[in-house]
Design a protein around this ligand. Structure first.
Ligand code: G3P
Ligand code: MG
Length: 348
């Protein structure tokens, strides 16, 4: 006889709105998914009363691994497939700097991961603090490289090395030693190690992949982040030279990062859903008022923004009840699941 296929409720993918998610403190904490995150993703993927699927991207200030590797990890944690085409981390926009600088110091992250990321971005000559310590152990009087660090590091002729720029890609694992090397370079003449500028105005630029002073990790209280390293590096530079340090941070809340995200989202919607018009509204879900809410609000108000970016603050990360956030979100909810429900309901 004839087989009737089971009735499957029809889901359509909406082209009128989209979501963008922060990761730490919203979806993940201390390497584990926040329980509501898995459910929230299922709701976006069609398990909802409206029979609709909603496109989404991820926008984190974190990093330290290739986008590919971060996506694999996040896919496993959230039990769904996430592609680098929908993922931006703090250092992703640094890619564009590879055309401008050849020999660079790359700081931060686990082992050799950040060197690999930088080389993947097209940086031609990547030097790490390990390379400098291996080449001259007097650089850091109290630090001896482990066997693994020694084997990974590349010996260089430091007297002939010109560092054209310093990039802090991820959280430093050795603040003191990394800062010693950063200060050596900042106070040099054109990044030539062993030189000292007379007026301290000849050093190469320094870039941080983001400026989060604190972030939400496994500990019950927030942990110091890259923004704290930036502030202390600026204070050290000032103490050593008597001059302020001009440094640059990427990531949220920078407008450029949200512009980058808009382009990525546009490409993603086009490639995976064949959509050619931009969404009317993008719901951004974050836990850090200073990065996520500030960035979303300022981008929304800027002339670069052609649609509506709507900020939603959750209570699972940096922001906690009882304090007033320094930047006011359009909505405050408990978890990412509530944020998804809030946005979807607003669209109905
Ligand atoms: O180091 C990462 C942290 O500062 C922020 O990550 O995902 O909350 O932007 P995220
Ligand atoms: Mg966060």
């Amino acid at each position: 006889g004839e087989v009737t296929p089971p009735m499957v409720p029809k889901t359509t993918t909406t082209d009128s709105y989209a979501f963008a998610f922060d990761i730490d403190g919203v979806l993940i904490r201390g390497g584990r998914p926040i329980p509501e995150a898995i459910e929230a993703m299922k709701v976006l993927n069609g398990q909802n009363e409206y029979g609709v699927k909603v496109p989404y991207i991820f926008l984190t200030n974190g990093g330290g691994k290739t986008e590919q590797e971060r996506c694999l990890q996040l896919s496993r944690q959230l039990e769904l497939e996430i592609s680098p085409g929908q993922f931006i981390c703090g250092h992703t926009p640094m890619k564009e700097m590879a055309e401008r600088y050849t020999t660079v110091l790359v700081v931060g992250g686990e082992g050799e991961k950040c060197r690999q990321v930088a080389e993947g971005y097209g940086f031609k000559d990547v030097v790490t603090p390990g390379d400098i310590i291996k080449s001259d152990k007097t650089t850091t009087p109290f630090r001896k490289l482990t066997e693994e660090e020694w084997n990974n590091s590349r010996e260089r002729n430091l007297a002939e090395l010109n560092i054209e720029a310093t990039f802090v890609f991820a959280d430093s694992r050795h603040w003191g030693d990394d800062q010693q090397i950063i200060i050596d370079i900042l106070t040099s003449v054109n990044g030539r190690l062993y030189t000292r500028s007379e007026n301290y105005d000849e050093g190469p630029p320094i870039f941080f992949s983001h400026n989060d002073f604190i972030w939400s990790a496994e500990h019950e209280h927030t942990r110091l982040g890259m923004g704290a390293l930036r502030i202390s590096t600026e204070a050290m530079f000032q103490a050593v030279t008597g001059k302020p340090l001009v440094s640059t941070a990427f990531g949220k809340p920078q407008l450029g990062t949200f512009e980058f995200a808009t382009r990525l989202l546009q490409q993603w919607r086009k490639d995976t859903h064949g959509m050619n018009k931009p969404p009317e509204t993008v719901y951004f879900v974050g836990d850090t008022p200073e990065s996520d809410i500030r960035g979303t609000n300022e981008y929304n108000e800027s002339s670069a923004c052609k649609n509506e970016w709507y900020s939603i603050l959750v209570r699972t990360g940096v922001f906690r009840e009882g304090t007033k956030p320094r930047f006011t979100p359009r909505a405050t909810v408990d978890t990412v699941l509530d944020a998804v429900k809030h946005g979807m309901k607003r669209e109905m």
